[in-house]
Each structure stands twice: as structure tokens, then as C-alpha cells.
Design a protein around this ligand. Sequence first.
Ligand SMILES: [Zn+2]
Length: 132
Amino acid sequence: MGRPMAEFGCAKCYGEDEQAVWRRQQAGFEHEAEVVDGSHFSVNLRRCKECSQRFVWIFTEVVDWMGGDDAQYVTILPVTAEEAAGLTGGTLRPHDLGTLGRNRRHLNHDWPTGGPAHLHWRSGRFLLQEGR
Ligand SMILES: [Zn+2]
């Protein structure tokens, strides 16, 4: 159980209840910038409508060549204003985002091929993989 990190977000965008946070992704956030625009790997910046906290939204899809549904992974990580500016300005590479997760809770939505989706808060570095 990771404790909420008070320096990021509000109860609505960064609260303990991962289901509530996930359900709010469509309506509760302002789309701010597209950082990587790909069909299998995309990164964009979103802002909480409630508290203006910025989040980076990382989407990866791994095509299952054997047929069936493709595995989809989403990681939602809060970022500071400086980090957001670095991403849109090109000084922070999307692949470096995994390092920011080291001491920062992020929401993972994992949807493996054929399997049920898993939604959970995680802390720790993560590996950014481009989909294929
Ligand atoms: Zn918020």
C-alpha cells in the first residue's frame, strides 16, 4: 500500500481509490499536449481539471500476431511543471520517464491478451517499452 504523496494532485486525480481515478480519466482531465503520437506507443500530457496537476499518459500496445486482442498497457504518472515543459520542449525524453517513477506513485492499467485487466498503483522505476 503506497501512501499518497501529498506534493502531487488532489484526491480525485491521485487518490487511493484506483478505480475512481481510472473512471475519471475521460471526463476529469484536460488534454494538454501530444508528446509521442503513435498507434502502438503514445505519450501525452493531461491536466487535472480539479487541481491542474499534470500527468503523463503512456500507452503501449503489443500486437499479438497470433490473433486475438492486443495487449494494452497504460501508465499514468504525475509530473512537475518543469518536467512537462521538458517533455514538450524535447529536453526530457519520453524514455526517461521510467526513472521518474522511482519515488513516485503511478497508476498502471495492464490489459494482457485474453486476460482480465489489472489496475493498480505502483511505485518504483519502470521500463518504457515501445509497442510493436
Ligand atoms: Zn487533481
